[in-house]
Structure formats: C-alpha cells, structure tokens
Design a protein around this ligand. Sequence first.
Ligand SMILES: *Cc1c(COP(=O)(O)O)cnc(C)c1O
Length: 438
Amino acid sequence: MKTEANVQRSTFNAQRSTQNEISELFEKNVVPSYARFDLVIERGEGSYAWDVDGRRYLDLAGGIAVCSLGHAHAEITAALAEQSRKLVHVSNLYYHEPQGRLAGCIVDLIGPGRVFFCNSGAEANEGLFKLARKFGHAEGRYDIISACESFHGRTLAGIAATGQEKVKKGFEPAVTGFKHVPFNDLESMRKAITSSTVAILIEPIQGESGITIATPEYLIDLRQLCDEHNLLLLFDEVQAGHFRTGRFQSWQRILENEKLDFTPDAVSMAKGLGGGFPIGAFWIREKFANVLSAGTHASTFGGSPLACAVALRIFHVIEREDLATNARRLGDVLLRELQMLARKFPQVLREVRGLGLMIGLEFEPTIEAFSRPDKSPAIQIVDRLHEKGVLTVPAARSVVRLLPALNLSKGEGGEGLRVIREVVEDLDRESRVENRES
Ligand SMILES: *Cc1c(COP(=O)(O)O)cnc(C)c1O
C-alpha cells in the first residue's frame, strides 16, 4: 500500500534521480569548459525559475543580463510562433522587413548610423575589431587599446582584447594588436597611444570583472582623445546595454546630466537584445558607414527574420511598459538599500556599486565565514543564495552581480533584498563567532 509519505518519497527520489541523470549526461557528453552550479533548471515564468525537483528560485541573474523580459514571456512566444509560421530564415542575399525595422529601432535610439547583425557578443566585438582594422588599413594602423579588467568575449581576438590574464592562458600566441591600460585613467590611455593606434575599446560599465562604472569625465575625455588622434571610439555595451541602466545604452545614462552631444563611433550589443533568443549587433556611426563595404563582412544567421522579430517585439514591450523607467527606479531603490546594508556590515560587505538593474556587491574576501578554500568568496555567496532560493551571478573573486529582468517587480526586488540581507547577517554572525573562538 502506498501511503502519502511513501508517494512523496518516491516522487522525490524520482526527481533526485532526474537531477543526477541530467548532470551525469553533462559529465559524460558535454565539454567541461564551464564550472556549473549543482542546479538543474527546468522551467521559468517571469522572474522565477524552477529546478527539476520543483524548487522555486527568484532569478536575479537573468541568464547573465540576457532575459530582459524574464522567462516564458507570452509576447516573445507569440513573436516566435507568428514569425516562424511566415519565415524563419532567409539569407542576407535578400532584404526582409524585420531586419530593416530592427536596424531602424537601434539607429533611432543611438543616432544616425548603420547596424550589422550577428549572433553573440563576441561576434559583435569581432565586427568592431574588423571595422577598426579596415579603417586604419591604408595607414598601417591596427592597434586597439582596451582596459585592464575588461571582458570582450571568448573568440581569439576577443580574449586578446580582454584585459584579464585568466581568459588568455594556454591559448597563446595571442592575436596581435591589443594593448591594455587601467580603466578610468585618462593619462595611461593618452600615454599608450602610438602612430599605430587605430581605436579605443571600453565597456562603459565593466561587467565581468565586478561592475565598475566609467566616470562621465573619462568618457568625455576619451571622445576628445579619439578626435585628436583620429581614433575610433568603440563601446562594448553587450552586458550594460539594452535599457538595463534606465537608458538604451549605459553611456547614455552615465552622461545624461552632461549638457553635450556625445556619440561613440561604434557600439556592440547582444545579451538583452533578444531576451534569450541569440542575436548580436553592432551600430556604426554614419561617418564610418561605408568602411565595411560589400563583401567585407558577413554572417549566415545574422539578422534572421526570426531573431529580428523577437528583438522587435522586446523593444515594443519595453517601450509600452516603460521598462527603462522600471529598471532605473527599482535599480536605484535596490542600490540604495544594499548600500545601506554595506554601511551596516562594512566588515562583510565592502561596497555596492551599480546603475539601474546592474548591481555589484563586493564582499570582504578574508572573513572567516568563507571557509571553503576550493571556492572563491563570490561562488560561496552565490551558493548560499541558492540555498535560500535566489539566483545571482559571481564576478571576479568576491563580487556578486544582480542582473535581473527589466520587468522585475517591486515585490520581487524586496524579496531579493530580504534574502541578501539574511545572507550578509549570517556571514557577519559566523565570522564573529569564529573570531571569538580563535
Ligand atoms: C557577455 C559579454 C561578451 C560576450 O558575449 P557572448 O554572447 O558570450 O559572446 C562581450 N562583452 C561583454 C561586455 C560581455 O558582458
């Protein structure tokens, strides 16, 4: 006879085995290039995700700044279904409406220029590198200067552009033509420019290395430096872009109180643009629109009707529901509350930085509570948040990032705050106890 408890236990065991079976499939068949958390996610709805055991998580990770409308958004589903009934793919040998309209949206929000579509952030940056090389080719200029602690993707040129040793190790020889200087440091940038420099590439907000925001002066001075030396100013907005900071691109938010006309020369985008459907893009200022002339750059899948229809629908929903304002207001509230928490527990939470719904919490890496020598403090915090049902993203060694959906509600934000507060209080208490004991 099956008692209720037995039924529950056997369902539980069945689910456990599902979880194990799935992770075993990975261990046996998937390239082990990712350090994965011990979670098997099965479905999502808005800002919640469920694992195979039916456990619910508040998703403040947003697929690493990808799921701009959260999970299983009905209008993304509708756009996919409607467009797929008409035309999933057509080559770039022909014109089609969704790509033309999507390019128009991006141009309207950045400024006069042209857009190229690809499928990821690394690919979008690859396009920027080719643009820069083509631009400087006649004069033999090809050096691109980027920032220390930057992240620009995992292709060979992407890791060469990235200012972090860990992504380059073992893949030498590096693609030539990339130099790195400290971020937010104009003098170092000025000194690094030579007669072979062709472009400067930065993330207006560095994401992977732990949310570091460019100062308005730095951006303005870089623009001037580029004008003086005839260099292209390239922005990687793959993570910080797409309304996450409250404006379309993060430099627009950083500079919104400066009374000036500011335009970079090219901008890469991806992550939030397709809300989870793979699409990348780069915008080029009109002045340089013909540098990548016919035959110089291409992508088979880039700007497919399906990808563009989804991205268009996301633009539409963001505008209709004014999600840029939601990202700004809710982001500002979360930032303020978390900064208050940091002031209360500075021995645990060193600093909280962010703009809109892109927030980094920097923890004190040396506290006793980080007792696992095999895991970085960031991973240990993310683990603790998982145990309490919240998804976040580690960055660098001791930063945890919040990159939730742009339609996160106040209530969901508050729920996240409560759990983060609990974890900070736990860390504080545990570290005190350890200190007393030792
Ligand atoms: C994620 C990211 C990339 C790489 O994007 P992929 O789609 O993973 O290739 C590039 N630049 C920045 C700033 C990113 O955050």
